[in-house]
Structure formats: C-alpha cells, structure tokens
Design a protein around this ligand. Structure first.
Ligand code: FCB
Length: 504
C-alpha cells in the first residue's frame, strides 16, 4: 500500500463502552449476501494436548516453559483442551450460527520436527475437526502458521534462516494435499510482523531473541515462506481454492502535522506494514525501509534473485487483523505526553531502524489490554487498502477485545463493553463497505477465552467464557448478541435480552 498520507483523516467515531441503544444505532443492512460471519482461534492458544498424537515441541512450548516469559508461568499444555473438546466447540459455533471458523493448524502436529513426512495422527485431528465443521454447515478457514514453529527448526536457525521458508512450503504442500478435499480457504501466515519483530526483535514472543538484524531477516524469510507456500498450495489445491495471508496492519496516526511526526509515521508504516504489503502486493520493498535498515542487515545478501517474484504471487484475498490504531510522534514533539508501549516494545525495540519513534495512546476508552478503542481506525484501514488495491477482496480475519469479565453467581458473563466494542467495529466494517471496500467477512477474536501469548490466561477475548478449573464453556452475553447479529445479517439495534428463548 502507499505510504501514510500526510494528513490522516481525524477519527470521527466516539468509542462506546456501553451497549448501543435503539436511539443511537441506525438500522442498516450493510453486509452483502454470502458475507462470512466467523470466529477465530489458533492452535497453541486453544488445543492443549501438546504431547499427544505424535506432536513435536514448538517454540511456544519452549518459551512458555521458560521462567519469566509468560505471565503467571502459564503454558499452552492444556489450553482449553480444544483437541479433545472440538465437537462440543463446533456445537457452540453452530448454536451461534457461525458460517465460518478460522483455526490454525499446528505445524509440529503435522511434522514434529518441521521436516519429513506428515504424521497421519496429526492430519486426522484436522480431518475430524473439518468434517465436524462441514457437517454443521460451517466453512473452515485454515491458517497454516499461527506462530508455533517446530522447535527443531528454531534450533537450526529459525525464521532468520532462509531454509525455514522452504520447510514451510513443504509443510503447506503436505497439509493441503491431505486436507484440500475439505478445506478450500487457506491462510499462509498469521501476522508475520509479530513472528519477526516480537519473536526476534523485542523478544516478548517466542523464541524470545532480540536482534534487529535477525528480525529483519525473519521478516524477509516469512515473506518468502508465504510466497513459496502460495505456489505450493496452488499446485495441489483445486483452482477454486482461495489463498490469503492475514496481516496485522498498523493504522498509523501521526500525533501532529509537524514534519518530524509525519516522518515518524512513514517510518513505522514502512517497517510495520509496507515491509509485507510492499513485496507481497507490489513485488518490492520500500526504498526508505532498505535505507533506514541498511546498517542492520545486508539486504543484498538477504534478497536472492527471484525472491520478489515468488513473494508477489497473486493472492485471492487479504486478511486484516485490527484491534487498535497506532499513534506516533518524536521525542521533541511528545515531551510530557504519556507514552504507550509501542506494541510489544520491551527493553528491546520491535521497530528496527525506527527505534527513536515515540508511541502514544490514542484518546478514548481502553480494553483490558490497555488498547484504545477506535473503530474508525478499522474503516480507515479497510478504505486505505481498498484504494491502494482496488481489485483485492478483504477479509477481517481478527477483531475483538479483552475485558475483565465478571462471572455472575449463575456462571453467566454479562459483557456489555465487549458488545459495544464488537458493535462499533462491525459498524466500522459496514462504513467501509458503504464507501466501496470489498469486505467479504468478519471473524471475531475469539470464539473462546484462551492462552493470550505472553499474557497467559489473564486476558480474556472469548465470546464464550471458559472456566479454567473445569474447562466448562458458557456463552457470554456477547456470544448471544453475535448470534443475533448473524441471524439478522448485520448489527442489531439493541443487545438482545439474554433470557430470550430464541437466543442460544
Ligand atoms: C493477535 C493474534 C491472536 C490474538 C490476538 C489478541 O495479534 O493473532 O492470536 O492473540 O492478537
């Protein structure tokens, strides 16, 4: 996509934290027929059963078992036991009326060491899961990589090593050969920005390395992995299959119109967004990125002839994950202003070549992640992508919010703040569609409360509450609300009464 424009339109939406009322919420049938109403999860966050079915260890097993890496020492060993309870979970999805479910496939279940033949027991789990989905009329959307690299590949160099891209393409081919008769929509990578820059830059995600040059190498090899896997998928899947990638594109707002803040926005846009959209959608890295990071990595050695052609193989849809906007400034302009953590900055920066950029919180209410609530950022992002890539359909593959849920005496979670968040963001998608964006679906993050990476189980994003002691699932008010949205084909005017008997 093109660089951030000098004047980002001000966001006009006032974030709401209470459920909308009929007076404030217009009725608007804004979603096209066939729009995918989904929810998403990821293997390590929900499956558990980490030593079953021949699964090998992943970098997240190692990382979560390393003291001090994950809040509370939490691990995904059991997670929410989706591996054993998937039939119950599909039943919940059917009760919600979901038309699609986005899940990820655990690479170390298919190839325990990241290479060699596929493990049939690993494939069987996903055969059973997808059969169950299809028997309930729910379309599977499979993500091949949601951060759980086989540990052995990390031991051989991880994503900073070029060979990992080839290993990923082999894994993609093996998996699609086995499941391509039932899964027609495939996402190569989820949020490669996080894999590269939180995994190898700030080190707050697995494998926890902190080297800016390695992080940039990882980003290039993730791009290459995506491109090689896209080719491998096309070779084994039927022509009607759809291939996409899910990016957590940063909706960047300069703090002021001062040239220094505008320059900061352009630099973060380059290393946050265009490092992926540039090569994937345009066949080139931004010149400014190559210049800003030339002291950290030798791009001439990193980039092999032909890489950009591989990376820019056409995709069918672009997956967009959006939670909150990013406000950037410079030390001089932001003096005395409260800072934000810069999306994962620990002691080490996840922004190679832009380490001096200052991150500020957007105004307004926050979620339990301390992420400002700004639905207008989603409209802006979708429209920016639509204008830059008019023929490319978009899919919101993640959006949702953690709040400090309170479980009532009857076990029920009434979560009006989450309903308001979801409502605002669905309206934001509707606004983008009304302005011409071709958005094909929306996946709520997340179906279930689950293991929230370095935050452990403390942050709950689920529409369905999970009691971590018993693993009992209970739909929250937001789940009932979402079911009503799906039933009506768009946001409802008012949160449904939880006692209504037509609700799940
Ligand atoms: C995204 C991840 C997803 C989840 C949400 C809250 O960055 O893709 O797994 O953790 O954030």
């Amino acid at each position: 996509m093109p660089p951030v424009p000098p004047h980002t339109p001000p966001h006009t939406r006032t974030p709401a934290t209470t459920a909308p009322t009929p007076e404030t919420t217009p009725a608007r049938p804004a979603f096209p027929p066939g729009f995918a109403w989904g929810a998403a999860t990821a293997a390590y966050q929900v499956e558990g059963a980490v030593t079953e079915g021949g699964r090998g260890p992943s970098i997240w097993d190692t990382f979560s078992h390393t003291p001090g890496r994950v809040a509370g020492g939490d691990t995904g060993d059991t997670a929410v036991d989706h591996y054993h309870r998937f039939r119950e979970d599909v039943r919940l999805m059917a009760d919600l009326g979901l038309t699609s479910y986005r899940f990820s496939i655990s690479w170390p279940r298919i190839q325990p060491t990241g290479r060699g033949p596929a493990t049939e027991r690993g494939l069987d789990f996903y055969r059973a899961l997808t059969d169950e989905l299809l028997s309930h009329g729910i379309t599977p959307l499979a993500t091949l990589y949601h951060w759980d690299l086989p540990q052995e590949l990390e031991d051989r160099g991880g994503w900073p090593a070029r060979d990992t891209a080839g290993r990923f393409a082999d894994y993609a081919a093996l998996t699609a050969e086995a499941l391509g008769d039932r899964v027609t929509s495939w996402t190569t990578l989820n949020e490669p920005w996080c894999s590269a820059f939180l995994g190898y830059g700030s080190g707050v995600h697995a494998p926890g390395r902190t080297d800016p040059g390695e992080a940039l190498s990882a980003a290039h090899h993730l791009n290459l992995a995506h491109g090689l896997a896209t080719g491998a998928l096309r070779a084994v899947l039927p022509p009607a299959a759809r291939v996409l990638i899910s990016l957590n594109l940063h909706q960047i707002r300069p703090f002021s119109a001062d040239p220094a803040d505008l320059a900061a926005a352009r630099r973060i846009d380059a290393v946050g967004n265009r490092i992926f959209t540039g090569p994937i959608l345009g066949g080139e890295y931004p010149e400014s990125l190559l210049a800003d990071t030339a002291h950290l990595v030798d791009w001439d050695t990193l980039l092999h002839p032909g890489d950009l052609a591989q990376i820019s193989r056409p995709i069918d849809l672009l997956g967009v994950n959006y939670y909150t906007p990013t406000v950037v400034s410079t030390p001089g302009n932001a003096d005395g202003v409260a800072r934000h953590d810069g999306h994962g900055a620990g002691a080490h920066s996840p922004w190679p070549g832009a380490e001096d950029v200052v991150f500020l919180p957007a105004p307004g209410e926050r979620t339990a992640m301390d992420w400002p609530i700004d639905p207008g950022g989603l409209t802006d992002l979708l429209l920016r992508l639509h204008r830059a890539h008019p023929g490319l359909p978009l899919l919101v593959t993640e959006n949702g919010a953690a709040f400090d849920d309170v479980v009532g005496p009857d076990g029920f979670v009434d979560d009006p703040a989450r309903i308001a968040y979801l409502h605002g963001h669905l309206e934001a998608v509707a606004d983008a569609i009304a302005a011409g964006a071709d958005v094909r679906g929306y996946y709520l993050w997340s179906l279930l409360d689950n293991f929230e990476w370095a935050y452990g189980y403390g942050k709950r994003f689920g529409a369905v509450h999970v009691d971590y002691a018993t693993l009992a699932r209970t739909p929250k008010a937001s789940a009932r609300w979402y079911a009503e949205v799906i039933r009506r084909g768009g946001p409802v005017r008012q949160a449904p009464d939880p006692d209504r008997d037509d609700c799940p």
